[in-house]
Design a protein around this ligand. Structure first.
Ligand SMILES: Cc1ncc(COP(=O)(O)O)c(C=O)c1O
Length: 495
């Protein structure tokens, strides 16, 4: 029997009044997949048919399919169509969901009972389990982490375990770890902080969630870099924020216009902008701080992967320039150090109460030993610093391999930007080449790329692809570049 679904009558829940079309379509398709109405392997209708059936623009359906493909719900096969992925991201597969959801029992009634937050929340960031092919962006070189050393350090701590360690930990984290992190951030990143201002979190998403719960009022405005990091937008949207995209130029995010002075939070990546890679200039940093003071807004500084600077002057954190306590500094990238902390002057006391409510009080044993790359001993004994220095060299070699092979094989077709820091780079396509088509052509040749337009709220002046190099061996980087060159050649000859 064919798995083809020619139409989706009654399959998608109706759109709520005022609900944006693309958000509804993403949510409705996700729900149909998760409750089993759309089974793994099922083929979806053609975008044209779906658009006609539900009275929406075809471009919207295409963009939604792209997004669900990136999230791991769908896969597309060239010339044959779009299918529900056979293996859903582990945390989303029907078997792992609560029975009421996975059985498909009365899903619409259940949806109606969800909170406004749950209806707005769109999943983000399920990493696919496959190998680290060129040019995967969501992984560090996990195989090079000193796991044996880590296990020895953790083992020593476990041997000294006492009954006291079995108690719940303080909600903002194990105090000696917070102190070690504060020391590190003061010296390595120029952050002005002490241990009392540090919260240990599980990643950037948790840091953003904590900050949104703490500082955002209902319907409050958040300024986001455009193009910018989708993970942050998702969190703020789930909390009901109104998002304003602020353009990025060669000096980083522009200062929001006076029309957006009502913004409550501005999210920025000043060390190297995500995804364009530019560092925010000093005058722009000062102007942004000025704006935040006048607008009485907070700045969320996402310092992801900033340890990995390959050239240029190291840039201290924006938070270090802040004399009014308006910057919340987050070093929470799984790719670099996994320090996973948030530091904020003046909002630490309320953060304590806010974070204590969901009961994030794992035992001291977990806090002392099992944070993947971060424990007080690992930091204080210098293992962490050594690991970062070693990885900086390895990543620098991978970056150089990518840059040099792109120069010789991709000249004229893809212009790889000269980044100074970070573990992925933007690469710009020749004028008029569509980045979604380019990413699809690359995927057909076994090369993973992310179209830059995926991160943009407004059309970009020039299409491009984001390429990651951290988990990719140099030989695989060279293969990726060769395949990418062929993919782009095919695209321009087919135009
Ligand atoms: C801009 C940005 N911030 C933060 C992160 C880190 O997220 P997490 O800590 O959840 O891994 C990433 C990861 O890709 C990122 O791209």
């Amino acid at each position: 029997m064919s798995k083809r679904i020619s139409t989706l009558p009654h399959l998608l829940r109706p759109r709520a009044p005022g609900e944006p079309v693309s958000r509804w379509l993403v949510d409705a398709l996700q729900a149909s997949i998760l409750d089993g109405r759309l089974r793994p392997g099922a083929r979806l209708p053609a975008t044209r048919d779906l658009a006609r059936e539900y009275g929406v623009a075809r471009g919207t359906v295409v963009a939604v399919f792209e997004e669900l493909t990136a999230q791991g719900y769908l896969r597309s096969a060239v010339g044959s169509g779009t299918y529900v992925h056979d293996t859903l991201p582990a945390d989303l597969s029907p078997g792992s969901l609560p029975a009421a959801i996975s059985s498909g029992a009365r899903p619409r009634a259940a949806a109606a009972r969800r909170s406004a937050f749950a209806r707005r929340a769109r999943s983000f960031g399920a990493s696919s389990p496959g190998p680290a092919r060129a040019f995967r962006t969501d992984l560090p070189a996990l195989d090079l982490f000193p796991t044996t050393l880590w296990a020895q350090v953790a083992g020593r701590r476990l041997r000294r375990l006492t009954a006291h360690d079995l108690r719940g930990c303080e909600s903002l984290g194990y105090p000696p770890l917070r102190a070690a992190v504060a020391d590190y951030l003061r010296t390595a990143r120029g952050v002005r902080c002490d241990a009392a201002q540090i919260a240990i979190v599980s990643g950037a998403q948790e840091a953003l969630d904590l900050v949104a719960r703490l500082l955002l009022s209902r319907g409050g405005r958040v300024c986001m870099e455009d193009p910018g990091y989708i993970g942050a937008t998702r969190v703020f949207e789930a909390w009901g924020a109104r998002i304003t995209g602020v353009p990025v130029d060669a000096e980083g995010m522009r200062v929001p216009s006076p029309r957006t002075t009502a913004a409550e939070i501005a999210y920025v990546t000043p060390a190297h902008q995500f995804p364009l890679g530019v560092a925010m200039s000093l005058p722009r940093r000062l102007a942004l701080l000025d704006w935040a003071r006048t607008a009485r807004a907070w700045i969320f500084e996402d310092d992801y992967d900033s340890e990995f600077r390959f050239s240029g002057r190291p840039l201290p954190a924006l938070q270090g320039l802040d004399t009014h306590g308006v910057v919340i500094f987050s070093e929470a990238s799984a790719k670099s150090s996994s320090l996973r902390c948030v530091s904020a002057t003046s909002c630490c006391r309320p953060a304590w109460s806010t974070h204590s409510l969901p009961g994030s009080r794992s035992s001291r044993v977990t806090r002392r030993c099992s944070r993947r790359r971060c424990s007080p001993t690992f930091l204080r004994d210098g293992h962490f610093g050594r690991h970062i220095r070693r990885m900086r060299e390895i990543y620098a070699e991978r970056w150089t391999t990518l840059r040099d092979s792109a120069r010789s094989e991709l000249a004229g077709a893809l212009d790889v930007s000269p980044i100074e820091a970070g573990l992925q780079t933007p690469a710009f396509l020749a004028a008029g080449v569509d980045d979604l088509a380019a990413a699809r052509a690359a995927a057909d040749r076994g090369v993973e790329t992310t179209p830059l337009s995926r991160y943009a709220r407004r059309p970009l002046a020039r299409g491009g692809l984001q390429l990651g190099f951290a988990p990719v061996e140099p030989s695989e980087i060279r293969r990726g570049v060769r395949e990418l060159a062929r993919a782009l050649e095919g695209l321009s000859s087919g135009r």
